[in-house]
Design a binder for this molecule. Structure first.
Ligand SMILES: Nc1nc2c(ncn2[C@@H]2O[C@H](COP(=O)(O)OP(=O)(O)OP(=O)(O)O)[C@@H](O)[C@H]2O)c(=O)[nH]1
Ligand SMILES: O=C([O-])CC(=O)C(=O)O
Ligand SMILES: [Mn+2]
Length: 651
């Protein structure tokens, strides 16, 4: 490394005191700000030393995961203006990012493998794969060289050891993230089990290597906006699944930087799962107890910002039902010796969409983030409370404001500007997020950290489908259910860089998170569902069907319990006559979904299966599978599509 990091002035080292200057030939005089380098396992030492040599940080900070460490980092960030305390709560902070760094960037996310078709499908000439982007190893080398050498100059490099899943659990895995973002350190502490105890459990085993840099070495040449260094022009989120390695550059936004989450727990983990015989999925996990006291577990996959957090934390509107959350975003699932499918939530916190969250829609999320939480890109009221679209009514009632007072309330929007309700633009960014410890959720399941997981009785797919798709249907078989998952489509949301409302394919809600060839992934699913494994039933739901004048046909949120009730009665079997066979699957018989107490529901409109819509949809789906999965599409899935087409034609 050309630069001499010892010549940095103290302020350029973020005010850290040098504890020891370890002079090994490996560390090349890079000082240790915190922790004991020598106590790290040889593998970890080598990883840290090599990457420090490459990225040339001002010093190394080995995280112990303690509360004091968290508080110290928070204090520093408050002092620097990166975080603002939200005075109305205990230990809650607001973070405003550079407005160019607010969401995942799918176009800058790559899988790096020797063989292209390990990463993506054999798509016909001229078709750009949308389920994952491939980069060659050679190209990756070039891209790495253009970004990482010296990229941490003047910044501390935090070493973040973390476990996905309860530490030491049979389904859990360990990663180590190196990052120059202290915001990321705070989020990793909430979202994972992080710190010394992970190093203790690791011993000299291997781990997933995660390298993250905001990509703006000091002295910075560009203007830093909102004290949020980032490098939007050079963003790269690259994964090397064979090497179990992640390289993330240029963005501090959660989905790109909290590497335990999407990068490890989905893209790398689905590769590990393929090798080891399990599944890593973009799914919530919930326990649902009926009025008779029987509990069943559901895993559900909806695309980003399509309702996983809300469903997992649902407050039932029907008396006698109880819902408890195991996880709200990611499930690692493995069939056990008894043939049942067991799921763990690899995360320890919620990184949830803020707008739309209120006591009315998701009271349990609201309760989860009253303390110890970080709010990214939300707005703030003059009283030091968080604010976003969907909280207007609640705020008015809480404060006893008149409409006029509410309109004049001083709000600082996510951009830091003065803003009033009714003004142009949004108070909060549509993808603004809360980061809260899962343990703070009042409905967290007592077994949410059970190392062996919870047994899954039903898998549910869904998306935002304004047209044509009924509220709920059940697939005919495991293979048909996989086709249903493979054909998940949804209106785009603000969770990634897309603008406008287009209905896009998002198979299994995994399009942005696929870690290998999608056809092989479907094959893996098919294989795992075979006897002696007992495959759960697969359902599809749609909370988002609209009337012609764009009103939701279904009230959603807490009323979704009515649909779960039907699903679980189908799972229980028995001789209840509650389903009708249709071309696309079993749908509820009229009268078998409890609608008591709801305003008028247009059942016919909500449940209809319009032939013309489905014929067109199947043509489009066939085109999608042909062009995007091509020759990699497993035969059983193609057969299911043929059967579906025949059934729809004879509607
Ligand atoms: N109409 C309607 N909207 C819903 C329902 N459930 C959730 N939403 C809205 O969908 C948006 C996102 O929901 P989340 O539950 O945060 O989405 P998620 O699937 O957890 O998203 P990621 O964290 O991005 O993976 C919120 O703005 C909700 O208000 C529902 O049942 N009906
Ligand atoms: O990754 C993120 O930024 C948040 C998330 O859960 C998603 O987009 O599905
Ligand atoms: Mn998600």
């Amino acid at each position: 490394m050309a630069q001499d990091c010892r010549s940095l002035r103290p302020m350029e080292t973020d005010g850290f005191q040098v504890v020891t200057e370890v002079v090994t030939h490996k560390l090349n005089h890079i000082p240790i700000f915190k922790g004991d380098f020598a106590s790290l396992s040889p593998k970890v030492q080598r990883f840290v030393a090599e990457k420090a040599e490459l990225m040339n940080p001002a010093g190394i900070y080995i995280c112990d995961g303690s509360q004091k460490e968290y508080d110290d980092i928070v204090d520093k960030l408050v002092e620097r203006g990166v975080l603002t305390p939200l005075k109305a709560y205990e230990n809650n902070y607001l973070c405003r990012t550079d407005p160019r760094d607010v969401a995942r960037v799918e176009s800058k996310t790559w899988m790096v493998t020797k063989d292209k078709y390990d990463s993506v499908c054999h798509t016909p000439d001229g078709v750009r794969p949308i389920m994952g982007q491939w980069m060659s190893e050679e190209q990756f080398g070039v891209e790495l060289d253009a970004r990482f050498p010296g990229c941490m100059a003047g910044r501390p490099m935090y070493v973040v050891p973390y476990s996905m899943g309860p530490i030491g659990g049979p389904l859990s895995k360990i990663g180590i993230e190196l990052t120059d973002s202290s915001y990321v350190v705070l989020c990793m502490r909430t979202m994972t089990r992080m710190g010394q105890k992970v190093l203790d459990a690791l011993g000299d085993q291997d781990f997933v290597r995660c390298i993250h840099s905001v990509g703006l070495p000091r002295p910075v040449k560009q203007k830093v906006i909102n004290h949020w260094p980032c490098n939007p022009e050079k963003v790269m989120i690259a994964h090397r699944p064979k090497e179990r390695e992640i390289w993330s550059f240029g963005s501090g936004y959660g989905g790109n930087s909290i590497l335990g989450k999407k990068c490890f727990a989905l893209r790398i983990a689905c590769n590990i799962g393929r090798d080891e015989g399990w599944l890593a999925e973009h799914m919530l996990i919930m326990g649902v107890t009926n009025p008779e006291g029987e509990e069943k577990f559901i895993a559900a996959a909806f695309p980003s910002a399509c309702g996983k957090t809300n469903l997992a934390m649902l407050t039932p509107t029907v008396p006698g039902w109880k819902v408890r959350v195991v996880g709200d975003d990611i499930a690692w699932m493995k069939f056990g010796a008894d043939g049942r499918l067991y799921a763990i939530n690899p995360e320890a916190g919620f990184f949830g969409v803020a707008p739309g969250t209120s006591h009315k829609t998701n009271a349990m999320a609201m309760e989860s983030f009253q303390k110890n939480s970080i709010f990214t890109n939300v707005a703030e009221t003059a009283d030091g409370e968080y604010f976003w679209e969907g909280l207007e009514k609640e705020l008015k009632e809480k404060k006893g404001y008149t409409d006029e007072q509410l309109k004049h309330l001083e709000i600082t929007n996510w951009l830091g500007e003065r803003w009033h309700i009714g003004d142009e633009g949004k108070a909060a960014h549509p993808n603004s997020r809360f980061t809260a410890p899962a343990a703070q959720c009042p409905t967290i399941h007592p077994d949410w950290e059970a190392p062996q997981g919870v047994p899954i009785d039903a898998i549910v797919f869904g998306g935002r489908r304004p047209e044509g798709v009924p509220l709920v249907f059940e697939s005919f078989s495991w293979e048909h259910g996989i086709l249903v998952g493979a054909l998940v489509k949804s209106e785009t949301t603000a969770a990634a860089e897309f603008t406008g409302k287009n209905v896009m394919h998002d198979p299994m809600a995994m399009r942005p998170f696929m870690g290998y060839n999608y056809g092989k992934y479907l094959e893996h699913w098919i294989k795992l569902g075979k006897a002696p494994n007992k495959a759960p039933k697969i359902f599809h739901v749609n909370w988002f069907r609209e009337t012609k004048d764009h009103k939701f046909l279904w009230p959603g949120f807490g009323d979704n319990i009515r649909v779960l009730d039907w699903i679980l009665r189908r799972v229980s079997g028995g001789d209840e006559d509650i389903a009708v066979e249709t071309a696309i699957g079993y749908v509820p018989k009229r009268g078998t979904i409890n609608l008591d107490g709801l305003p008028r529901i247009d059942w016919n409109e909500l449940m209809s299966i319009p032939k013309a819509y489905w014929e067109e949809d199947i043509d489009e789906s066939r085109h999608f599978l042909d062009s995007q999965v091509g020759s990699d599409l497993p035969k059983p899935i193609r057969d299911e599509l043929d059967k579906l087409e025949k059934r729809v034609h004879s509607l």
